[in-house]
Design a protein around this ligand. Structure first.
Ligand code: APR
Length: 185
């Protein structure tokens, strides 16, 4: 599994699935959530409203992930996940790890071969980008060594992108990646 770290706009990535840093309502917001909804078009909100009417009547829990089509976006799917909100006292890294792990598992379950993540929780939800990067790379390591991450026969993921919106965050992710055990830079 290859990991790419790049500065860019997640909504432009032509991967199979992009991951949205949503909130539990799934009804849109600011940040990358707002950008994804704007680029995907109204049908994305309709698909999220349908999820709220059916399988997610109480909203999407922190650390969980669910997929919808991506509509007008270049990717095939959007995987929505809800990161922990430091401002609401959600400081347990296991919640953030769950966002990455669940999103990777949902992507593999869809048969996606490529997925792109933003820096979940590193914006409005107030987490430090360095800690987000550490949690993210640990989750990718866990996934690639687990059964759900093994071999192309179960159409596992081949490419994981981290798409960062600022030069600073990109530099932080690159620095953490280069010092992460188990990944060749
Ligand atoms: N592409 C890639 N990354 C982006 C983009 C974009 N188009 N827009 C913003 N980002 C970056 C931010 O700079 C930050 O580093 O995504 C990271 C996550 O920031 P947020 O989008 O604020 O997400 P988060 O911190 O998880 O807060 C989630 O914000 O947008 C609302 O509805 C969302 O309530 C939820 C909360």
């Amino acid at each position: 599994m290859r990991i790419d770290i790049l500065r860019g706009d997640l909504t432009t990535r032509g991967v199979d699935a992009i991951v949205n840093a949503a909130n539990s309502s799934l009804l849109g917001g600011g940040g990358v959530d707002g950008a994804i909804h704007r680029a995907a078009g109204r049908e994305l909100l309709e698909a999220c409203r349908e999820l709220r009417r059916t399988q997610l009547q109480d909203g999407l829990p922190v650390g969980s992930a669910v997929a919808t089509p991506a509509f007008k976006l270049p990717s095939r799917w959007v995987i929505h996940t809800v990161g922990p909100n430091r401002h609401a006292g959600q400081t347990d890294p296991a919640l953030l790890a769950s966002c990455f792990r669940e999103s990777l598992s949902v992507a593999a379950g869809l048969g996606a071969r490529s997925v792109a993540f933003p820096a979940i929780s590193a914006g409005i939800y107030g987490w430090d980008a360095r800690q987000v990067a550490e949690v993210a790379f640990d989750a990718v390591r866990w996934f690639s060594s687990s059964s759900s991450g093994r071999g192309a026969d179960n159409s596992s993921l081949e490419l994981v992108e981290f798409v960062l919106f600022s030069e600073d965050t990109t530099a932080v992710f690159r620095t953490v990646f280069e010092s992460s055990p188990g990944f060749e830079a």
